[in-house]
Design a binder for this molecule. Sequence first.
Ligand SMILES: [Fe+2]
Length: 338
Amino acid sequence: MTVVRVTASIPPTIAPTAASWDPDRGLEVLWNDGQAATYSPAWLRRYDYSLDAPDRRRSPVALWPAEAGEPPRFTHAEVVGSTEGQLAYLDAVREHGAAIVTDVPAEHHEVERFAQTIGHVREVAFERVHNVRHDPAGYNVAHTPGELKPHTDMPSYNWPPSVQLLHFLTNRATGGESTLVDGWAALAELRRDAPQHFDTLTRVPVPYQLFSDDEDTWAENPMVALDTDGEVRLFRFSNQLAQPLAAPFEQVEAFYDAYRHLGQIIDSGRYRATFTSRDGDLLTVHSHRVLHGRLTYDPTSGSRHLQDVYMEFDDLMARRRVLRGEHQPLAAQAQEDA
Ligand SMILES: [Fe+2]
């Protein structure tokens, strides 16, 4: 019979009284509360505490080189129609931070259907499916034909959406090339060349706001959030949504020095992919990492209409684990009949 104990019932003096190793069964331990347990070699390897184990478990991230090429491309048929194709696409998003799916049907809300085949739509204020096209009366800079500098969306949320899907229903206008920048690569350069600037951006909170007549989203956080290993986990970068700082005055000049330095790296063209998106292309961006933008275009030269939705990176990675068959828990005890 399996005994399930709650953590609070385990005495603080818990310790092994005897342990032995069997190459097939694994580590057999007798605990001083009378319990006996066997830990299989596979289980021990998976939950290894040694120093390099966290690195082996960490998602591999391939930072873009200074001369970045276009993101990897996949056809819609292979991503929605085959396990191998969908896994290759999810691997690309995981490692590269961006991927392009081509030949997506040019139908309204197809982007939402695509999202539902690989995870779930993350709804935010404004619209579930956002339309991006020229609107002379529009308020949002995205609805002008002007250049959209590389940015991340929705830093006005404490947890901004971590994946963005941008589906080009049509793109027949002259200009308007898509731009993507690996923000984590830009931050790696900043950290290497000016660690004090990098540190400032992890500490000084920046307010961001996006509002309409009916909605008002606002959040104040440092631009860079680190994980428990000190690696970048979440990057917020949006000149158009940034609000005046509300930080202690002695932090203000240091912040603007750091922000200017980072802005120069992002504007430099390093770590940037610039390419033409065609009808039926769907960009996937890990938006806690990769910035997106576009060059200026001529709205009189042809139509241009995108629809986009947000998702969560965790859901894409959950889908990947299920496709790889990794979602079954690993029993601690070796199966007797194995
Ligand atoms: Fe955007």
